[in-house]
Design a protein around this ligand. Structure first.
Ligand code: GLN
Length: 226
């Protein structure tokens, strides 16, 4: 590109998001084959989750309204900004239906802002959360944007530690007895599971490592196939 030439932020289809992350491509033989997962697509990095799950063979649908919840085997709440996400969930009439999906035994996978939305409550207490997992979350617990970091985290997964990307990440400050802590940073839980709800402080959808996504698929499959 020569100097002075205008920089286009759009591609031929006029969609900046398609430049930032590729189109989801389903790998037919993956472990998620036959499953349909909804990805809450009101705000945040829902596209990156779709790419990961389609790579694992699952069909993914973007969830924006009540009708999108029909027929789903599990739901993903992406990273983003939890205050905005919470407002949009309420404005789109999804607060009650998402809780009802959980009450009916539905599986959830929340990352970063998704962990905050899934929590029973936050330390800050200002925003309504969905209460899908018995944890209290502290928002921005590692500091501001400039304190974002990456770390190799031991999650007890086959294949060794996972590169974990923390971006203005929350952490878990309290949890109930039914919650299994999967990993901690400086003694603070950053990954937890209760039944078929998986809540992660960092962004597995950004690191290209699909092992936690695969763990969620296994939980969804256990629920569905008994
Ligand atoms: N700090 C954000 C919040 O409080 C979460 C950041 C993220 O999802 N990367 O909602």
């Amino acid at each position: 590109m020569s100097d002075g030439e205008p920089v286009s932020l759009s591609n031929a289809r006029g969609r900046l998001d398609r430049i930032l992350s590729p189109d989801p491509v389903r790998v037919a033989a993956g472990p998620g084959a036959g499953l349909t997962l909804g990805v809450l697509a009101l705000q945040g990095d829902f596209r990156e989750h779709r790419v990961m799950f389609e790579r694992l063979g699952a069909r993914t649908l973007e969830v924006r309204r009540l009708g999108d919840l029909a027929g789903l085997d599990g739901l993903v709440i992406p990273g983003g900004e939890s205050t905005t996400m919470s407002k949009l969930i309420v404005a789109n009439g999804l607060f009650g239906p998402l809780r009802a999906f959980h009450a009916a035994g539905g599986a959830f996978y929340g990352t970063c802002a998704g962990l905050i939305m899934a929590a029973r409550e936050t330390v800050e207490g200002a925003l309504p959360t969905l209460g899908l997992i018995d944890v209290t979350a502290r928002r921005n617990a590692f500091g501001r944007q400039v304190h974002s970091f990456e770390e190799d985290l031991d999650l007890g997964l086959d294949g060794g530690p996972m590169r974990a990307v923390f971006i203005r990440a929350p952490r878990i400050v309290e949890h109930g007895p039914g919650v299994e802590v999967l990993a901690a940073v400086d003694g603070h839980p950053v990954a937890a599971q209760e039944g078929s709800v998986l809540a992660i402080s960092f962004h597995p959808e950004l690191s290209g490592d699909a092992r936690l996504h695969a763990r969620f698929i296994a939980a969804v499959r256990r629920l569905r196939d008994g």
